[in-house]
Design a protein around this ligand. Structure first.
Ligand code: PLP
Length: 350
């Protein structure tokens, strides 16, 4: 006999990328930023007094919201803080979906969406992308109360232009959540659409561009009516004193952030070209990872051989992805190690 609700009993949990205990590896499997967070982050954490920890945190993370509002050209009431972007996804699905209210999204995409839907007992409408990852028109006819569009998409790194997303928001009857966890590495983002659409929520993460994956801090941008509704569903204190201090210091240091993003974009172009020269099929990416398709090799075999050398990339045993590897862009040194090892593996295969 199980104590769990049927859907929890029957579902499989989300499987995160492998986190090796040994730090001395080339870790290109979970889209972390290869650079340290801003030095301002550790300074801000060091300044926290025991008294700040004794008390509950500011329930809305006001200090962070003020800076994030400035950075995104919106007002603080358009920002809601959460315990990592994943927390906002769960909150949105609880807020808008149930057994009669499905969730729609294009596939392949972030594999957490169906897991969260199963927890909530809501059906999913998965609309396939075409080979070029264009926006599928069927998302509109799906008529779901909540549609999630990951842009740039994971794991493809593909990017849908903002005018097309504006048309989608305009035509959908339900809420559109644009998952911009990787927008820091893209050419554009949806922030300017928030004032126009009362059905649009943008998700942002501090894990990627700002190097704070270990801190767990994300935020949403939307009109105040949506922010107020989501806040009813979030924890009463969704972000803690330490993470508010860290995330605020990180987002204030725009100079350091932009320098790292530019370094990653430069390496992204170099690694893309080098992988193409090694005969991988690589589409251009707007993210901090690339999806490399094996033309003359087996992706799972390459994944295993790289792991044997302590080089970790991501392999998804899923439809449309079985012949591909998702590779996070690391430092120049990390990328060089990956490319050299790939060259050796492929040379041995002849
Ligand atoms: C597409 C996508 N959305 C959201 C997230 C959530 O990020 P976090 O919870 O670390 O802010 C991730 C994390 O990898 C992601 O890949």
């Amino acid at each position: 006999m199980s104590y769990f609700r049927d859907n929890i009993e029957q579902m499989s949990g989300y499987v995160p990328g492998f986190q090796p205990e040994n730090q001395d590896v080339v870790k290109l499997n979970t889209n972390e930023n290869p650079y340290q967070p801003s030095s301002m982050v550790c300074k801000a954490i060091a300044q926290i007094e025991p008294e700040n920890l004794r008390r509950y945190p500011d329930p809305t993370g006001r200090a962070f919201r003020e800076v994030a509002a400035q950075v995104n050209g919106v007002a603080p009431e358009n920002i809601v803080c959460c315990n990592g972007g994943d927390d906002l996804l769960k909150t949105a699905i609880i807020s808008f979906c149930d057994k009669d209210r499905p969730l729609a999204y294009p596939v392949p995409t972030y594999t957490l969406y169906p897991v969260l839907a199963k927890m909530q007992g809501c059906a999913v409408i998965e609309v396939p992308f075409d080979n070029e990852f264009n926006l599928p028109a069927k998302l509109i006819s799906a008529g779901a109360p909540l549609t999630i569009l990951c842009n740039p998409n994971a794991p493809s790194g593909s990017f849908i232009n903002i005018d097309e997303i504006a048309s989608l928001a305009n035509e959908l009857k339900g809420v559109l959540l644009v998952d911009e966890a990787y927008a820091d590495f893209a050419e554009d983002n949806c922030a300017r659409l928030v004032e126009k659409f009362d059905n649009l929520i943008i998700l942002r993460s501090m894990s990627k561009g700002y190097s704070l994956a270990g801190m767990r801090f994300g935020y949403g941008i939307a009109q105040a009516s949506l922010i107020d509704g989501l806040s009813k569903v979030l924890d009463s204190y969704p972000v803690d004193v330490v993470s508010i201090a860290a995330a605020t210091a990180a987002i204030k240091d725009q100079g350091y952030f932009k320098t790292n993003v530019e370094k990653i974009k430069k390496e992204r172009a170099r690694v893309t070209k080098a992988l193409q020269d090694l005969n991988f099929a690589v589409q251009s990416s707007s993210s901090n990872f690339i999806l490399a398709g094996c033309k003359n090799c087996q992706a799972d075999d390459i994944y295993g051989k790289l792991a044997d050398k302590d080089i970790y990339v991501r392999y998804f045993n899923a439809a449309g992805l079985k012949d591909k590897l998702r590779i996070t862009i690391g430092t120049k040194e990390q990328n060089d190690k990956l490319l050299a090892e790939l060259q050796k593996i492929l040379a041995k295969q002849g």
